[in-house]
Each structure stands twice: as C-alpha cells, then as structure tokens.
Ligand binder design. Structure first.
Ligand code: DOR
Ligand code: ZN
Length: 349
C-alpha cells in the first residue's frame, strides 16, 4: 500500500510523554525534542522526583535554560504521585498551570518509581480531588505483583486496577501511557475519549519481543512495558491506521547513559527523541495511513487535554535521514533508537 507522497506539511506535533532528565543529559537531549515538537509533557521521575509546585517550576526553568535559541518548545510539567501527595498542592499547581497532569507509577514499576503506591486505594483521596478539578491522571499501567509474568502485567493492570479505578472515578481523565497490547487497544477504544485515551511509542509500533533477542541480547531495546508478541504490535498499528481519536503520540524517549544500560542491572528505556517523529511518519506511510498522521501527532492530544492545537506547521520531506550513532555526554554516550540507521523521511531545512 505504498503512498507516493514526498512532502508533508502538518500542524506541528506535540510529544505527550518524554523523559528529559537533568544536567548534562538534559542539555544533550532537549534540543532533539525542540526540533520536532512544539510542546512536550515532561515526566517527573527524576532521581529526586518532582512532587510539588516549586520543584516543577525550578525543573521547568532548568529545561528552558538548556534549550538552544532555535529549538524552543513548551515543557508541560507533571507531578509525581506518591502516598504523601497533598491534594491542595495538586489543585493549586493545576489551576496555576504549573502542572498539566499527575503521573502514577505503581510502586517500583520502572526507573525511579519507589512511590510506595502499592494499591490504588492508597491514593483514593488524591484521585477524588483530581476528578473534581478535571486534572488528568497519566498511568504507567503495569501490575506490580512479582508473581505476574512480565508479558501479562499490562493486561492484568487493566483487569485488576484500571477497571475498578474507572468504576470509582468515572469522570477522572486518564491517559494509559505507552500501551503495548491488543487488550489495551480493545479496552481503550471502547470507552469515551473524553475520559480515557492512550499514548503509543514508535518502538512499540516498530518492534516485537524477538527483536530484543535477535543476534544476542539487545539491551538498547529493553524498555518498560517490555516489547510484546507481534500480534500486539499489529493491533497497535491497526488502531492508529484507523484514525481512532483515543490514541496519540507519546514517544517515551527515555535516555540512559551507556554505563547504566550495559550494567549487571541494566536500566530500562529507549532514547528516541532524535528520530521519533520520523519513525511515526515512516510507520503511517508503510500502513498507507498518512491521512491520519496529523490527528495522531497533533490533534488528538490537545483535544484530550482541552488545549488548542498548535498554529505552527512543520514540513517533512522524503529524503534520507541518518540517525546519530551516539550522543556524547561527557566521557560517556547515549545510544539512540535505530542508532546509525537511515530513515526515508527528514525535516525540511
Ligand atoms: O523503559 C522505561 N523507561 N519505561 C518507563 O516507564 C520509564 C522510563 C525511564 O524513565 O527510564
Ligand atoms: Zn516514560
């Protein structure tokens, strides 16, 4: 189903889920996001997580200071929920537009996620407040019980946690982040998009779990939720190719230094900010679904968050783009997703 399109001008996209980290990593990765996106939702799982308004303001300023003058984007901050989050703090932060949303990491579900939220009931009073003020809840949707097979954690989360949660808080706005399974696709698309949507990453659209072990273990493809069977990847692709409004762009670009990836306890996370948008275009083109690219990248997200779509446009051209092999960070490096590979789409210069 090849589409013979060689140039696309579209509303400038937003990345609704990105990790920028701090200090020297932040300085290296921030401009990739600024090159392709107008706004980005910044994840709060720093070593010292963002749990209140003053931390969010100072982290936001750190991000703004790290940007090049030609790569300016708007960082939209999130609050990291834990058992001690104060509902009033969230409310003030939301109304003052310091926070766009709050993020729920089930306890020890991924990088920097010791939230002590072992059961959703622990934060019922917080969720109640968020529902009341219309503040979105962003969820890393994996069940944390160690007895659950890693490949089933997302599907179990829907059954054991998300369904009861939505029953108790039917008007709470929720984004199920970086979904990876057909179960998530089916569940999300059957619900009201005003209250429940999902983001999808380029890596979960392009790869399946075989890729993680092809030719030897591939630590750079280790992320959470983990890559799944190909039937799940196909379900993700099919639903975005249908133009369904419940789904939008969230790259989950998650940089880690090489020394932390290649380690006896290697970190999870894929850094894809250098190519995420070009990957999405490649995927939509391959599926013959370019007519739905703009809604996925630039329209469905703002609609869910009740904010205007961007006024700016960007133009992508069918021209080879070589993804950097590595990004030097002091004496270490970050290896990007598809390192050194060539994509057929570039940003028009
Ligand atoms: O693989 C992941 N890495 N998944 C997440 O949810 C978090 C991220 C990170 O912060 O490194
Ligand atoms: Zn993430």
């Amino acid at each position: 189903m090849a589409e013979f399109i060689t140039k696309i001008t579209m509303i400038k996209p937003d990345d609704w889920h990105v990790h920028l980290r701090e200090d020297k990593i932040l300085k290296k990765v921030v401009n990739y996001t600024g090159t392709f996106y107008k706004r980005a939702i910044i994840m709060p799982n720093l070593n010292n997580p963002i749990t209140n308004c003053s931390q969010a303001i100072s982290y936001r300023n750190q991000i703004l200071r790290a940007m090049n003058s030609n790569c300016i984007f708007q960082p939209l901050m999130t609050c990291y929920l834990n058992r001690f989050t104060i509902p009033e703090e969230l409310e003030i932060g939301f109304f003052k537009k310091i926070f766009i949303a709050a993020k729920l990491y089930p306890n020890c579900s991924t990088t920097n996620s010791k939230t002590n939220i072992k059961k959703i009931d622990h934060i019922a009073h917080i969720l109640e407040r968020m529902e009341k003020i219309g503040m979105p809840l962003l969820i890393h949707g994996e069940e944390i019980n160690k007895n659950i097979d890693i490949y089933d954690k997302e599907a179990m989360f829907i059954e054991n946690t998300l369904k009861p949660l939505r029953k108790n808080f039917s008007k709470l706005k929720i984004v199920l982040e970086h979904i990876t399974t057909k179960e998530s696709v089916e569940y999300i698309k059957s619900k009201n998009a005003k209250y429940l949507c999902a983001t999808i990453t380029p890596h979960h659209l392009m790869l399946n779990r075989n890729h993680m072990f092809s030719g030897g273990i591939q630590p750079y493809l280790y992320c959470l939720p983990i890559l799944k069977r190909d039937i799940h990847r196909k379900a993700l692709r099919k639903v975005i190719a249908s133009g369904d409004k419940h789904f939008f762009l969230g790259s989950d670009s998650a940089p880690h230094l090489h020394k932390n990836k290649i380690n006896i306890f290697g970190y999870s996370g894929i850094f894809n900010a250098s190519s995420s948008l070009l990957c999405y275009v490649t995927i939509f083109e391959k599926m013959g679904a370019l007519k739905h690219l703009q809604s996925f990248c630039s329209e469905n997200g703002p609609k869910f968050y009740n904010i205007p779509v961007n006024k700016e446009t960007i133009t992508l051209v069918k021209k080879p783009y070589k993804i950097p092999k590595q990004i030097n960070v002091g004496k270490d490096v970050i290896i990007p997703f598809l390192s050194g590979k060539i994509l057929n789409w570039s940003l028009e210069t």
